[in-house]
Design a protein around this ligand. Structure first.
Ligand SMILES: CC(C)(COP(=O)(O)OP(=O)(O)OC[C@H]1O[C@@H](n2cnc3c(N)ncnc32)[C@H](O)[C@@H]1OP(=O)(O)O)[C@@H](O)C(=O)NCCC(=O)NCCSC(=O)C[C@H](O)C(=O)O
Ligand SMILES: [Mg+2]
Length: 285
């Protein structure tokens, strides 16, 4: 069972310092929100942003969007106070930037207690320690920080993300091995829908559960890319029906569209339909 069983197709960053954006998010079709106190907030605004965010969360009205607070690192002047404040806010999880090892998460639990944790995976060290980080008992999700990772790796931007693929893959493997969710990094060119779609499709094909986003205009592309398509749902229904029929006759392998369907494919087909149901339930709730 995944530690967090809910759609996380679109995970929108909102600067904790921007009341207008904090309010706008109450009506946006995102599955989760990362209320940011880190990179989207200038040093001068950091302390005030904490209070602005606390007020917004107290007022609530975020519906069933999952609410995650990204604090500053515990090695910064703001991190410990952010963590203490976040623990008292009405949020679902706390996200720690630049996690390097499980010890970083352990240090955070000493301040926030047993609230679920999310980890920014954005340094070369984190890629190499991904399995140990994913195994932390309170970790619920990993979030790729592809900007920081690209910076540390001194890569150039490439549409195919070749320089980042090893790290992305290591984090997907680690998260899946430990039943954590894993969310892809942001696409910086927020007016480029086509480029965003290519990157979302790549992330979806790699096994990511969703994408982090920086602007409301990116939500529809991510929601579509990380939802099962009509064709996938229709194929899933046919696979289940064909397998049930063949199973009733005492056989273990069905054939649909010229391809074998065994019990493991049926499990995937059922997951596809369950995901659609979860999205529908979330949209109704
Ligand atoms: C990128 C932006 C600075 C653009 O802002 P702006 O020019 O104000 O955009 P628009 O005028 O097009 O905005 C239209 C309306 O939408 C609202 N808005 C904009 N962004 C958001 C948002 N993220 N959430 C909610 N609402 C948003 C505006 O308020 C306008 O509303 P209205 O006036 O009512 O019409 C800006 O989008 C922005 O700041 N984005 C977030 C940037 C951010 O969070 N960065 C940090 C996270 S990314 C990161 O750190 C990556 C990671 O760590 C790594 O290493 O990779
Ligand atoms: Mg970062």
């Amino acid at each position: 069972m995944p530690k967090i069983a809910r759609p996380l197709r679109s995970v929108l960053y909102i600067p904790g310092s921007k009341p207008r954006a904090l309010d706008k998010a109450r009506g946006l079709p995102c599955d989760a929100i990362i209320f940011d106190l880190e990179d989207a907030v200038t040093p001068d605004e950091k302390v005030a942003a904490r209070d602005t965010l606390a007020e917004a969360l107290k007022e609530g009205r975020y519906g069933n969007r999952y609410r995650v607070i990204r604090i500053n690192g515990l090695d910064t002047p703001w991190g410990a106070d952010d963590a203490a404040a976040a623990a008292k806010m009405d949020a679902d999880a706390v996200l720690l930037p630049k996690v390097g090892s499980p010890a970083d998460l352990e240090a955070l639990t000493e301040i926030v207690g047993d609230i679920p944790l999310w980890a920014m995976m954005e340094t070369p060290g984190a890629m190499l320690n991904a399995a140990a980080i994913a195994a932390h008992r309170q970790l619920e999700a990993m979030v790729m920080g592809t900007n920081d990772l690209a910076k540390d790796l001194q890569t150039r931007f490439r549409a195919d993300r070749l320089p980042l693929i090893t790290g992305l893959g290591l984090c997907v493997l680690a998260a899946k091995a430990h039943e954590c969710a894993v969310i892809d990094g942001v696409y910086n060119a927020f007016k480029d829908d086509e480029g965003l779609k290519v990157e979302c499709d790549q992330g979806r094909d790699m096994g990511f559960d969703g994408k982090t986003l920086i602007h409301p205009a990116q939500l529809d592309v991510a929601n579509a890319a990380f939802s099962p398509s009509e064709e996938e749902a229709e194929l899933a229904r046919r696979q289940i029906a064909a397998f049930e029929e063949i199973e009733a006759s005492g056989q273990g392998v069905a054939v649909v569209d010229g391809k074998i369907v065994e019990n493991l494919h049926v499990a995937t087909a059922r997951e596809t339909l369950a995901k659609l149901d979860a999205i529908a339930a979330m949209n109704e709730g």
